[in-house]
Design a binder for this molecule. Sequence first.
Ligand code: MTE
Ligand code: MO
Length: 256
Amino acid sequence: MTDQLKPERKLVAVSADDIKAQLARVSRRGFLKRTLSLGGLALLSGCDLSTHSGVDAALESILRFDDRVQAALFSRDRLVQTYPASAITRPFRFNAYYPEWQVRDVPDGWVLNVAGQVAEKRPWTLEALMALPQESQITRHICIEGWSQIGQWRGVPLHVFLRHIGADLSARYVAFTCFDGYSTSIDMASALHPQTLLALDFDSKPLEPQWGAPVRLRIPTKLGFKSAKNIEAIEVTNTFPGGYWEQQGYDWFAGV
Ligand SMILES: Nc1nc2c(c(=O)[nH]1)N[C@H]1C(S)=C(S)[C@@H](COP(=O)(O)O)O[C@H]1N2
Ligand SMILES: [Mo]
């Protein structure tokens, strides 16, 4: 056989190693690694794995499946562990998708915008937020990068806020947009969990910019990347909103 007549092996654009590397990258929770072979992936997802878009579609569908399993196992009544003040981690570690010197100050005239399936879309000032009932928690913040620390946050339970704005509590998602360019989103059941806070204080002081001023999400039932800092808008929606890290392959549900 001449070279030209050999079967064209390069037609398969994505190798098994490519796919495995991709799988390792997205399966930080270990779900895919433990349970899936490549054949299994093709079978479960019904996707063609010979192209990059096919692989993406397959991974996407498996991640959505993992999200649904986690959502089904999530209990709105199960509280995460809380700690005494003596357990608080100091100094507390800063994290963001940029270094600490790039932290933005709160923009002049900041208000919290409210959008989507809510009855009352008027924006909120910090003073108006501070007038709502608040709760304090000392909980463990777990980053997907493999470190954790215990902190204290105080703020308005998100379910209280959502009821105040007349949110459609049967909608699927609550999405957060931040003025540092970050975004994330959570399922409604997790949004209504009693320990999910719109935090205004950190360590008994009003939030400083690096800790998410003027308002951040604090959601101890999920990995740290869901706890959006520097929030400027909250949307209640049935359209899957994704988020900054979610778009880069992080598991969307991200329960701890
Ligand atoms: N606005 C915004 N929120 C964010 C992030 C970010 O880059 N921007 N990073 C997330 C990640 S990955 C983590 S671990 C926590 C870090 O919060 P901390 O700085 O209070 O420890 O913020 C989360 N919220
Ligand atoms: Mo994180």
